[in-house]
Design a protein around this ligand. Structure first.
Ligand SMILES: Nc1ncnc2c1ncn2[C@@H]1O[C@H](COP(=O)(O)OP(=O)(O)OP(=O)(O)O)[C@@H](O)[C@H]1O
Length: 297
């Protein structure tokens, strides 16, 4: 059996001048839980839509569980929870669950679906009368119903309160522990860190970091150290401890470091400088800077 659940190659999608997805290559192993982490507009939803066969790509290919997205969906191998997906008005939660079960060859038991999604007490409630968080749980129930090999969740916890989030992640963990593949998108580093075994960071339609939660957390802790060089000598700056990138603009130097204290101490021991500033560049800027390695003048 193919051990890849998802393979994206050279995926590209433009909206006019906007490069929503800009050449994404990604392979996801079966059984893994992968977070797509990125700020607003990073391209998460577009990537997920193309991956599921819901939107076309301008270029590139998608393979899901060894087939095309349409084949994988038709075979009932994929379940998805999309942002703001609508419901049939007037249907109850149970109707929704039964509809979802009817679409798949090996659905979960209806009671189990309701329990996993935290909807047992709301089984007879009309879906158009659910709160935002409850509706999100109903979308989760729909995604889970067919017991899909691959579960794709676009910002699944967006409308959930703290309790709802905890229950949701407990259910996801249980599902992933049964050997299923889970791909979810999020804005929140802590969610990616805590619940994924691999974190893929997107910014401006590109993969800018890809690693274990610990690796991505280390990158997220990066700082910029900015200063004017007293003697103008830029040689050796990239050798300072913990430095990941060096940018020089005239006399002004911007270092990205994973340990600002160590970098500044070594800098101070070796050379003169003025106007030192240390700042947290924010996740996106840190990831971008860290992925453009080396010295830039
Ligand atoms: N239908 C569309 N028409 C025009 N531009 C679009 C369309 N859909 C997305 N975009 C643009 O493509 C880029 C990527 O959007 P996308 O929704 O994929 O990002 P995202 O990472 O999911 O963001 P968010 O976290 O805000 O949902 C953004 O600049 C967005 O404005």
């Amino acid at each position: 059996m193919d051990d890849e659940a998802v393979r994206l190659a050279g995926l590209t999608r433009h909206y006019g001048p906007v490069r929503a997805v800009d050449g994404i290559d990604l392979s996801i192993a079966r059984g893994s839980t992968v977070a797509l982490l990125g700020p607003n507009g990073a391209g998460k939803t577009t990537t997920i839509s193309i991956l599921l066969g819901l939107a076309p790509a301008d270029a590139g290919t998608v393979s899901l569980l060894g087939g095309t997205p349409a084949e994988a969906v038709r075979a009932g191998l994929v379940g998805a929870m999309l942002q703001g997906a609508g419901f049939v008005p007037g249907a109850t939660v149970t109707d929704l669950v039964e509809l979802a079960r009817a679409l798949y060859p090996h659905p979960l038991d209806a009671d189990r679906i309701l329990r996993l999604a935290g909807l047992t007490g709301l089984a007879t409630r009309r879906v158009d009368r659910l709160s935002g968080g409850e509706a999100q749980r109903a979308r989760f129930a729909f995604a889970l119903a067919g017991q899909p090999d691959l579960l794709v969740l676009d910002e699944p916890t967006a409308a959930l309160d703290v309790e709802g989030r905890e229950a949701f992640w407990t259910a996801i963990r249980r599902y992933a522990d049964d050997g299923h593949t889970v791909l979810f998108s999020t804005h929140h580093l802590h969610e990616a860190d805590e619940y994924a075994d691999r974190v893929v960071v997107l910014a401006a339609g590109r993969v800018v970091a890809d690693g274990t939660p610990a690796q991505v957390r280390a990158l997220a802790g990066a700082r910029t150290v900015t200063f004017d060089l007293a003697d103008g000598a830029v040689d050796g700056l990239e050798q300072l401890p913990a430095v990941r990138s060096v940018r020089v603009r005239g006399d002004r130097v911007v270092l990205i470091t994973e340990d600002a204290d160590a970098t500044v101490l070594a800098l101070a021991a070796g050379r003169g400088f003025r106007g030192l500033e240390v700042a947290a560049p924010g996740l996106e800027a840190a990831f971008r800077a860290l992925t453009s390695t080396g010295t830039e003048h």
